[in-house]
Design a protein around this ligand. Structure first.
Ligand SMILES: Cc1cc2nc3c(=O)[nH]c(=O)nc-3n(C[C@H](O)[C@H](O)[C@H](O)COP(=O)(O)O)c2cc1C
Length: 211
């Protein structure tokens, strides 16, 4: 099956991309706006840079304009990105309800808001990992616009025992969920495997039939 993007409508391209680019990590993003704090999940999410640490996520517009996350970041260019663990999934889903503007999803979901160390947006205490960020750039992309938000990480939080002083993270204990396609598809990381990278000398030895 092949598709020429020039012939595709937005909805089909959206289905193809959501269906194939899986599993996607989920950023639960807290912001602060003129109407108070806000939280929303975004699965168009990844690491953008490691020196300094930068994260990126992408937010579509609603039919009637910008989502609260984008409005708030334009007002206060600081936010906290939280990793969503399996035990937070129901509460994360509540944060995606399209509440009227000014409703605090953190409270509605039953999460605990605590002060962040370096940014004004609140941090969700229950998250296994949280990254306090300041906005580097917000790029408007496409005809039905998405806002690609890039943030520099100013402060890292990990729940007790999930990371060591050298920065190694115990992903099994973080226990993140990933987003699949469709209305309700998610994955857990219950079937992991290890595959070390192969150096070029190792590759040559393997080709020669050596160990
Ligand atoms: C798991 C999950 C992932 C989502 N990913 C995105 C995304 O990447 N981009 C986006 O614009 N909306 C995404 N959404 C929808 C937003 O979370 C939803 O529109 C939310 O109400 C926006 O909140 P806000 O207006 O408070 O910013 C996702 C929803 C869920 C449940």
């Amino acid at each position: 099956m092949e598709f020429d993007a020039a012939t595709l409508d937005q909805a089909t391209q959206s289905r193809l991309l959501h269906g194939a680019v899986t599993p996607r990590p989920i950023a639960l993003v807290t912001t602060l706006g003129p109407d108070g704090p806000n939280a929303a999940p975004f699965s168009f999410f990844n690491v953008a840079c490691t020196d300094p640490g930068m994260l990126m996520f992408s937010v579509s517009d609603r039919d009637d304009g910008a989502k609260d996350t984008v409005t708030n970041i334009a007002w206060c260019p600081e936010f906290v990105i939280h990793i969503v663990s399996a035990d937070m999934s129901d509460r994360m889903n509540v944060c995606a309800v399209e509440f009227p503007r000014g409703v605090d999803e953190i409270r509605q979901a039953g999460f605990t808001a605590v002060s962040a160390a370096k940014v004004r947006a609140p941090r969700i205490k229950e998250a296994p990992a949280a990254f306090e960020c300041r906005l580097v750039q917000m790029l408007k992309l496409g005809r039905r616009p998405y806002h690609l938000v890039i943030g520099e990480v100013l402060y890292y939080h990990f729940a007790d025992g999930l990371a060591n002083e050298r920065g190694h993270v115990d992903v099994g204990r973080v226990n993140p969920i990933g987003r699949l396609a469709g209305n309700g598809g998610y994955a857990r990381i219950t079937d992991r495997f290890e595959m070390p990278r192969i150096s070029y000398p190792q590759w040559l030895r393997m080709k020669r039939g050596e160990k």
